[in-house]
Design a protein around this ligand. Structure first.
Ligand code: TYM
Length: 340
């Protein structure tokens, strides 16, 4: 029996990276769903507060947008549990239990808290003084999310691979201490397009929090805006031929990777399609036409769902009830083994 589990943070509108790196895999798995398979997709609102959010209203809005985005990408709430992490209190409780097994040294090696707190490797203790405990322990909460449901498969983008490794390590430690095979060690599922890069800087990933809005294409982006952003996207000085080579042509290769992801074709097929282009503008026109077409339906769906907060709440409430039932049963076993 497989349990496919994943989450996304409600920290802003979804972008192409979230879609191609993760949520489209959720959708594919939903379409293939067999009766013995559970699908559980969550909005990680407890994780979202590790980066300060201006106020509660903003978090509420972000959460509604995240649920609307998940639905707009075709995840069917009758096939998958869709829920908010904060509405299933067992996540926070398991976080505490697992934190007692989580070595500080291992957490210190995680890269995300350093980048989110603008720290470099080897930061001294003084600069650590201001890093919040919740940000440091973020991956332990993520491990709790996953282990809580005995998840067998977790579809995520490349940037989450390290966190998944930690989840397995904590699961193993628990099993060694309390009972062999009590917790399931999850397998990471990476999409072929597991890392979508910023349109303006191919050394960093596309991200919701990029200060330059032109670096990111959002799922509900209007067609003119998509065309504009692709026009401004970084390329390189070679315009008589377009081919994939992430080392020497990272920006062009990122656009090729995006097209290959959207069309579900191989890189070499995309290269064939673009082999006759002799200018950046022809190449970019081709890329933006494909993006505009691919995002049309998600945009229309999003605009429809976001106008119906009542429906969004209903979906999350129903999801939280179903998730709580599974979570409570598993947490009870875990606590029992630990002596509670
Ligand atoms: P988040 O909200 O940053 O991203 C959601 C999903 O999108 C993927 N992703 C990308 N994939 C390819 N290219 C990119 N540029 C890109 N940017 C984001 C992420 O890898 C992720 O799969 N910590 C998680 C949320 C989380 C979670 C979990 C995930 C909380 N608990 C348990 C899985 C299981 C996060 O910050 O994702």
């Amino acid at each position: 029996n497989s349990v496919i589990f994943s989450m996304v943070q409600p920290t802003g509108r979804f972008h192409l990276g979230n879609y191609l790196g993760s949520v489209r895999v959720w959708k594919d798995l939903c379409d293939l769903k067999r009766p013995d398979c559970k699908l559980i997709f969550g909005v990680a609102d407890l994780h979202a507060i590790t980066i300060p959010i201006p106020n509660g209203q903003k978090l509420r809005q972000n959460r509604a947008e995240a649920t609307a985005s998940i639905l707009s990408l075709g995840i069917d709430p009758s096939k998958a549990i869709i829920f908010n992490q904060s509405q299933v209190h067992q996540h926070a409780e398991l976080h505490w239990l697992l934190s007692t097994l989580a070595p500080m040294g291992l957490l210190n090696r995680m890269t995300q808290w350093k980048s989110k707190s603008n720290l470099k490797y080897g930061a001294d203790e003084e600069s650590l003084g201001n890093v919040k405990l919740g940000l440091f322990s973020y991956p332990v909460l993520q491990a709790a999310d996953i282990l809580l449901y005995h998840s067998t498969h977790v579809p995520v983008g490349d940037d989450q691979a390290q966190h998944l490794e930690l989840a397995r390590t904590l699961g193993q430690s628990f099993n060694r201490m309390f009972k062999k095979e009590a917790l399931v060690l999850p397998t990471t599922i990476l999409a072929p397009t597991k890392r979508i890069l910023s349109l303006l800087d191919p050394t960093s990933k596309m991200s919701k929090s990029d200060s330059n809005q032109n670096a990111t294409i959002y799922l509900n982006e209007e067609p003119d805006s998509i065309v504009n952003k692709v026009k401004k996207a970084m390329t390189d000085s070679i315009s008589h031929s377009f081919y994939y080579d992430p080392n020497t042509r990272p920006a062009v290769s990122n656009l090729i990777n995006i097209v290959s992801g959207i069309q579900r074709t191989s890189i070499s097929e995309v290269e064939k399609d673009i082999s006759h282009f002799r200018s950046h503008s022809d190449f970019k026109k081709y890329v933006s036409e494909i993006l505009v077409e691919a995002l049309r339906e998600p945009r229309e769906n999003f605009n429809m769902y976001i106008k119906d907060p009542h429906y969004l709440e209903q979906v999350s409430k129903k999801g939280a009830e179903a998730a709580s039932e599974l979570a409570e049963k598993n947490l009870k076993q875990i606590k029992d083994l630990m002596g509670f």
